[in-house]
Design a protein around this ligand. Sequence first.
Ligand code: NI
Length: 175
Amino acid sequence: MTIRPILLHPDPRLKKVTEPVARITPEIEALAADMLATMYDAPGIGLAAPQVGVLSRIFVMDAQRDPEAEPQPMVLINPEITWESETQNVYEEGCLSIPDHYAEVTRPAEVKVNWLGLDGKSHEQEFDGLWATCAQHEIDHLDGVLFIDHISAMRRQIITRKMVKLKRERARDLA
Ligand code: NI
C-alpha cells in the first residue's frame, strides 16, 4: 500500500467528470487499498479517486468516528444514488483537497446508494447521518463537484483565493 499525494483545490483534475470502472482489475484493487491508506493517514472519512489524480468512478469512506469501535472501510465503485429522502440535513463539511476550510452544506438526510464492490458484485445500502453526507460529498467529487460549489459564490472565491496562496507557499517551500 502506498500513501498517494492528495491534490489540492484549485486543480483542473478535481473539476472533471470521471469514467466508470469497466471491471475489477489488480490496478483497481491496488488503487482502492492505496486510497484507504491515504484517507486514514490524512486523516479523513472519505476520499475520491480524482483527489489522488485518478479520473475513475471510485471512492472510499469510513465515517465510523468512535475511536474505540472497529474501522468500517468501504470501497464504492461506480456509485449511484438511487433514492434520497425529502428530509434535509445540514453538516459542516470539509475536504482533504481544501484543508482547514469548512462550510455548512444542506443535503438529503438519507440516501440509498447502489455500487459495484471489489467482490465484483452489485451492492445497495441506505445511509444516514454522517455516512449519508460523506457518500454524497464523495459522489460529487466523481462529477467534478466540490463542497464549496454548494455555498455562496463569494465564500467560494474567498476560500479559493486562500487555497491559491497556500499552494503557492507550498510550491515555494519545495523549491
Ligand atoms: Ni472532499
